[in-house]
Design a protein around this ligand. Structure first.
Ligand code: PAF
Length: 254
């Protein structure tokens, strides 16, 4: 049975019990609309920790586009059922005022990596991500936290923040999960039309071919796919495209 917790005070009370027993705690932060990519993070946390908490919160401060925030899929009942099926101990489902009692007057701003790649196209996005992740870590106080490699730049920045701010948590990186057609799993895939889905599969195939960055960009553009960037960085080739007004990201080891 997954216990849903919505307030910080309730969580603190539960957390005090693990402190007494010394049991390890894993956190999987999510924005809900759970898919097999999330499931792989949850399964890893369940394997490595005595207790697992999955947070579900569509974080408004990381959306630089109001329509994107409005359209973001919200499937809380189905998500809780998924967590039950997986045997997750706790779902932390706060509302906005619970995690932002200051209405986002306090925020974490990173001055370099967060401005590049996705950050160059989504001003303020990573400040919102880092701020919510820091808040969730401060509230939940897990031993380990799990992030997917699909959001590689996010993973990189979170890991870097933990080191820079001497935060006491282990960050675990989990591989990208792909559908049979190669598309990296993302909650946003649900917003694609059938034609868009076909283009998304072509995006995944072209990106993974190992050709030059210019060749990848031109092959995508030839198919009418809008390219935000294709760039080699930190040992990976990363790309973001827009298909059906939906922004999709992917990356592959170089
Ligand atoms: O990767 C996500 O779903 C989000 O960016 C995260 C880490 C849950 C923060 O809102």
């Amino acid at each position: 049975m997954t216990q849903t917790v919505t307030s910080v005070a309730d969580w603190k009370q539960l957390r005090a019990e693990f402190d007494e027993t010394g049991e390890s705690l894993g956190l999987v932060p999510t924005m809900g609309a759970l898919h097999a990519g999330h499931t792989s993070l949850v399964e890893r946390s369940l394997e490595e920790n005595a207790q697992t908490v999955v947070s579900i919160f569509v974080n408004p401060t990381q959306f630089n586009d109001a329509t994107d925030l409005k359209n973001y899929p919200r499937t809380l009942d189905a998500d809780i059922q998924t967590l039950e099926r997986l045997g997750v101990d706790y779902a932390f489902v706060p509302d906005r005022d619970t995690v932002y009692p200051d209405a986002y007057r306090y925020r974490l701003v990173e001055g370099d990596v967060s401005k590049r790649l996705c950050g160059a196209h989504r001003p303020g996005h990573f400040d919102g991500v880092l701020t919510i992740v820091m808040r969730l870590l401060n509230i939940i106080h897990p031993h380990r936290a799990y992030f997917g490699e699909k959001d590689y730049q996010q993973y990189y920045l979170i890991k870097d923040m933990i080191r820079a701010l001497f935060m006491d948590v282990e960050i675990r990186r989990c591989p990208i999960v792909r559908d049979a057609d190669g598309v990296a799993l993302s909650s946003r895939n649900a917003l694609l039309t059938a034609e868009g889905r076909d283009l998304a599969a072509q995006f995944a195939t072209i990106l993974r071919r190992g050709e030059s960055m210019e060749a990848v960009r031109s092959q995508l553009e030839e198919r009418g796919i809008e390219v935000d960037y294709v760039e080699d960085w930190s040992g990976r080739r990363l790309a973001a495209v827009v298909i059906d007004d939906v922004r999709l990201i992917d990356n592959v080891e170089t």
